[in-house]
Design a protein around this ligand. Structure first.
Ligand code: SAM
Length: 325
């Protein structure tokens, strides 16, 4: 187990931030974060699949344990099941859609290709592993979900992928397999708990920022865009992919980019509102330093269980940060 405490040395700050299971937790309201995450922070990983299934039956559907297991199943399947030699998934539940999304984004990349990279909302980390194979500099995967990052950090440390694959209801099969040799370049990869709307990172520090399927999950999509722009260095690119699947559970309706107020000039169209927020856009709070480079539509799918999956059409927007004057 890798643990430690980061201490801010500023005499008027002296804030402490824990590193647990090798994952620094750097959020502004640490006390609140820790108290809201007792299960993922204290959960044990030494139980057999049989014991885990018995506990899962007892905790029952709708429990925090159940919802965490469902999330892990859905995202770990998409991120890694294409690497599982025993995976027998058949269409329409084909894993690897986030890796394909990233690949298409990287193909249309212009601008700087060296320097640190940030993967914001990386979940269980596949896109960060792919970025680490492509770039020579630091790749930092950040997410707000500790249990997702724990999967990513454990793969990085052990080269082994272990996740619960949901069959149906509260029945799961434990999947275990190795990360292939061509994905094992992890010496400059790291995973941190950070909030995408308030990144604890210096301005102008990244040469690429990736935000895959995150914009519609944060409390303030605008603040996330602002932070993405802030941490990018001049001429660097951002890849923003989103299905605009707005939900009031994740984002207050007033902060959605579109998806409401269809009587407005944009008729509630999310695509138009995102464009209006970029350089040259007519939104009063447009981010003048983020220029729109290109847009494309790409499929993205998530498996829920053996008989259910969700298919999205994601808009991928490439942006570039203007040269500072
Ligand atoms: C829809 S998932 C997408 C995950 C991954 N990028 C992919 O495409 O498979 C959204 C991710 O964003 C994370 N997230 C939500 N709010 C966040 C925030 N404020 N800061 C950082 N990550 C956040 C969630 O924990 C989740 O892992």
């Amino acid at each position: 187990m890798t643990e430690g405490i980061l201490l801010c040395s500023h005499p008027q700050c002296l804030s402490e931030f824990p590193i647990i299971d090798g994952i620094p937790i750097i959020v502004s309201d640490l006390r609140n974060y820790i108290s809201q995450n007792i299960l993922p922070l204290l959960e044990r990983h030494d139980l057999t699949a049989t014991m885990e299934s018995l506990l899962g039956d007892c905790f029952g559907p709708g429990s925090a344990f159940d919802s965490q297991r469902q999330h892990l199943s859905t995202y770990a399947f998409d991120h890694y099941a294409d690497l599982d030699p025993e995976e027998t998934a058949t269409p329409p539940s084909i894993p690897g859609s986030v890796a394909r999304l990233l690949k298409q984004g990287l193909q249309s990349l212009t601008g700087k290709k060296s320097g640190p990279v940030i993967d914001i909302g990386c979940a269980v980390g596949r896109s960060s592993f792919e970025l680490a194979q492509e770039f020579d500099d630091l790749v930092l995967g950040v997410d707000i979900n500790f249990s997702m990052l724990k999967v990513a950090a454990s793969i990085m440390e052990t080269g082994q992928i272990t996740y619960p694959k949901r069959r149906v209801g509260i029945t799961y099969d434990r999947r275990e397999f190795s990360l292939p040799a061509d994905k094992k370049r992890t010496d400059k990869l790291d995973f941190w708990v950070c909030d995408a709307t308030a990144l604890p990172l210096a301005s102008e520090s990244f040469s690429l920022a990736v935000s895959l399927n995150l914009l519609d999950c944060v409390t303030s999509p605008y603040d996330h865009l602002k932070e993405l722009a802030r941490v990018l260095s001049s001429k660097s690119c951002g890849i923003i992919a989103t299905p605009y699947d707005w939900s009031a559970n994740a984002t207050p309706v007033g902060s959605w980019l579109g998806g409401h107020s269809q009587r407005s000039p944009y008729q509630g169209a999310s695509e138009a509102i995102l464009r209006s927020l970029l350089a040259g856009g007519d939104h009063p709070n447009a981010l003048a330093e983020l220029a729109l480079i290109s847009e494309q539509e790409i499929p993205w799918s998530l498996r829920l269980h053996d008989r259910s999956h969700m298919q999205y059409q994601v808009q991928m927007t490439m942006v570039q940060k203007y040269v500072s004057t």
